[in-house]
Each structure stands twice: as structure tokens, then as C-alpha cells.
Write a protein that binds this ligand. Structure first.
Ligand code: NAD
Ligand code: DAO
Ligand code: ZN
Length: 369
């Protein structure tokens, strides 16, 4: 079939709205009509050309929501008409990783997904007979996409797709990092570096966990209002304090944060986030994705004296099992998505969404089809 898509022909180039060819779903695959997709920092990272897994031409997008149009051979868990959120972290429920009970990083289709291919090693998208690569197994910047059955979470049909698409990445990542990875307990003091969609969702998760002090940190003062709206008790701009941010957080928390979260992708901040944690037990969770080749460092004595460094991908959430519950919590008013959507625009205007992100004007832009 012919479908409209925003194609990234090469690194650093604006996306181009094209009519491309899309083959139907093969065994274990599903054709999804994408209704809406958030634009995330990670799409921009890959588009910039610095992502080591970045491959072009490609149809980006990994924060979408849509409706099943057709299922391929052997698909049993979904049918035409089901509402779904594509998952860049699949959940096969049979691989060593899924069965471990220790991680959400299903590896069933990892190898092909990382190469921009469907599990059989080919692409469904093409233009003039030349393949166009998939992105993160989702490619949600297309009005139709083909996704593996194990990469789709079936959700409540009453949920507005132009809002719950944010649960396909940013919001789930932030809330999940608090509830699943850190397991923040009531009254714990939290420091959060970076108030983009991820950091604000960490703040939201910390409020859900009934954390004590929730300290938002950003170099952009315009982020304070939103941070407080989501539950921050304090806002710190590191450029406007005397002394170091580490000393500042340690003072504010009477010895250090019980948990800190790095939501920027900056290795200097990762070190600060670890070192502002409380001696003996403080845990720092890295969520931000640093540029290729970057390394983190600290004095090992920081770990010897009880601080813990951890990372979190998609908030440790197993998508097919847990994401429907996140959608329900949104429907019950327990998760705020609406305030994170700064702009909604037709796919034709997707390059504006990247501009707003780079200019710091948006938390999330959502493109619709
Ligand atoms: P964003 O660009 O919207 O937000 C980043 C925020 O950090 C901005 O508010 C900016 O002002 C602030 N910031 C920049 N430099 C700073 C500094 N030196 N000190 C304090 N604040 C600073 O990004 P986002 O969409 O929220 O994503 C954040 C990071 O999370 C990215 O690296 C993204 O790739 C990553 N990410 C990780 C996962 C995961 O599963 N681990 C999932 C999605 C996104
Ligand atoms: O299983 O090796 C693997 C890769 C899992 C991908 C996790 C990606 C999380 C960070 C990227 C941000 C995505 C939007
Ligand atoms: Zn698996």
C-alpha cells in the first residue's frame, strides 16, 4: 500500500513528507494505523547523525499510538480494531531476559531491530524499490507502520491516542524509573537533573510515590513553573547558586538525596547526580542517553561508601503487561499527560516539532495523521 510518512533521508537533514510503499504484515507482524506520535529527544539524537545505531534512510518515531488494521499469520494476541501503543522495548515473554524476572530488556528481536529491520531481516517500507529502514521497531512517523506482535501493547479503546502516545516513551520512562528501578519509598528525598519530558515524569512519579523533598534542577528557569505543577517542592538553577550543585543538594537534603535521576544525557551531570546522593545508601539512576563514546567517572570511594549507580531503560516497564495499566491510570486522572503536550500539529509540520524542541519551547510536540 501507499502511505504518507516523514522520511529521514540522511543525518542532519529535515524530514521529508513522502508517499512510500509499505508491504503488508508477515508472520508474527501487525499493520497499525498510527493516529498520533510524540516527538522525543531520542528521535532528534538519531536524526543528528551521532547515534551509533543510526541508519538512513529511515522512518523515525517511537512514541506513537494507533489502531490495528491487519494482522499477519500466527498473530493471536491482537485483532483488527484493537487500540495499541508500539513498544521499542518488546516483551516476548519467552526469551531468557523476559523469563529472568530481572529486566524489561527483551532480546527476542534485538539484533534485527538495532539494524532497522523486521525480524526476518527485511524492511516493509520502500520507495522506488529501495528499502527504507525501520526505527526502534516502531517507525511511528508514518500513517501506517508494520510492527512485531510482541512490540504492541493493547490498551483501552476509550483512551485518547493523541495523549496516551506519550506513554510509548517519555512518561513511562520517568514514572517507571521511580517506581520500578529506584523503588522510591514514602518520604524519600529526590533530586532530578533536567526538566524535559523525562525529568517532569520522574517528578510526577516521585509525587505518586509520596516522596519527601522533590528537587528539580535545570539551567532554564522557565521550567520551574511546570516542575512545581508536577510536584517539585524545590527548584534549583545550578548557574544561579553559590558553590557547587552537589554541596547545594547535600545541604538541602541534610546529607544527600536518597535517590537522584539524571534526565539530560550529560556525563558531568551524571557524576554530580551520583555525588549528591546520601552516603551509605543514596542511589543515582541514569536515564539520559549520553553521546556516543562518552564515559562516566567518579572516585570509586563514592561507591565504597555506599552510593549506588544504576540505569533505567523505558522505566524498567514490561510494555505488554504493564503499559495498559498506565493508560488506565491516565483515564482515572492519576497520571497527567495533558500538561506535557505543548503543541499538536499535523505530520506535515513535523520539522517545527524538532525546532521547538531544540529551542526549549516544548515539553512534547505530538504529530497527528
Ligand atoms: P529534553 O531535551 O526535553 O530535556 C532536557 C532538559 O535538560 C531541558 O529542560 C534542559 O534545559 C535541561 N538541561 C540541559 N542541560 C542541563 C544542565 N547542564 N543542567 C541541568 N539541566 C540541563 O529531553 P527529554 O526528552 O526529557 O530526554 C532527556 C534524556 O532522556 C535524553 O538524553 C533522552 O535521549 C533520554 N531518554 C532516555 C530514555 C530511557 O529509556 N533511558 C527514554 C527516553 C529518553
Ligand atoms: O536491549 O540492548 C537493548 C536495547 C534496549 C533499548 C533501550 C533504549 C533505552 C534508551 C533509549 C531511549 C529511547 C527512546
Ligand atoms: Zn523476551
Amino acid at each position: 500500500m501507499k502511505v504518507k510518512a516523514a522520511v529521514a533521508w540522511g543525518p542532519g537533514q529535515p524530514l521529508s513528507i513522502e508517499t512510500v510503499d509499505l508491504e503488508g504484515p508477515k508472520k508474527g507482524e501487525v499493520l497499525v494505523r498510527i493516529v498520533a506520535s510524540g516527538v522525543c529527544h531520542t528521535d532528534a539524537y538519531t536524526l543528528s547523525g551521532v547515534d551509533p545505531e543510526g541508519i538512513f534512510p529511515v522512518i523515525l518515531g517511537h512514541e506513537g499510538a494507533g489502531i490495528v488494521e491487519e494482522v499477519g499469520e500466527g498473530v493471536t494476541s491482537l485483532k483488527k480494531g484493537d487500540h495499541v501503543i508500539p513498544l521499542y522495548t518488546p516483551e516476548c515473554r519467552t526469551c531468557k531476559f523476559c523469563l529472568s524476572g530481572k529486566t524489561n530488556l527483551c532480546q527476542r528481536i534485538r539484533e534485527t531491530q538495532g539494524k532497522g529491520l523486521m525480524p526476518d531481516g527485511t524492511t516493509r517500507f520502500s520507495k522506488d524499490g529501495k528499502p527504507i529502514f525501520h526505527y526502534m521497531g516502531t517507525s511511528t512517523f508514518a500513517e501506517y507502520t508494520v510492527v512485531a506482535e510482541i512490540s504492541l501493547a493493547k490498551i483501552d479503546e476509550k483512551a485518547p491516542l493523541d495523549k496516551v502516545c506519550l506513554l510509548g516513551c517519555g512518561v513511562t520512562t520517568g514514572i517507571g524509573a521511580v517506581l520500578n528501578t529506584a523503588k522510591v519509598e514514602e518520604g524519600a528525598n529526590i533530586a532530578v537533573f533536567g526538566m524535559g519530558g523525562i525529568g517532569l515524569s520522574v517528578i510526577q512519579g516521585a509525587k505518586m510515590a509520596k516522596a519527601g523533598k522533590i528537587i528539580a534542577i535545570d539551567i532554564n528557569n522557565s521550567k520551574e513553573e511546570m516542575a512545581r505543577k508536577f510536584g517539585a517542592t524545590d527548584f534549583v538553577n545550578p548557574k544561579e547558586i553559590e558553590g557547587t550543585i552537589v554541596d547545594h543538594i547535600v545541604k538541602l537534603t541534610d546529607g544527600g538525596a536518597d535517590y537522584s535521576f539524571e534526565c539530560v544525557g550529560n556525563t558531568t551531570l551524571m557524576r554530580q547526580a551520583l555525588e549528591c546522593c546520601h552516603k551509605g545508601w543514596g542511589e543515582s539512576i541514569i536515564i539520559g542517553v549520553a553521546a556516543a563514546g562518552q564515559e562516566i567517572c567518579t572516585r570509586p570511594f563514592q561507591l565504597v561508601t555506599g552510593r549506588v549507580w544504576k540505569g533505567s531503560a523505558f522505566g524498567g516497564v514490561k510494555g505488554r503487561t504493564e503499559l495498559p495499566g498506565y493508560v488506565n491510570q491516565y483515564m482515572e486522572g492519576k497520571i497527567n499527560l495533558d500538561d506535557l503536550v505543548t503543541f499538536t500539529m499535523p505530520i506535515e509540520e513535523i520539522n517545527k516539532a524538532f525546532d521547538y524542541m531544540h529551542e526549549g519551547k516544548s515539553i512534547r510536540s505530538v504529530v497527528t495523521f
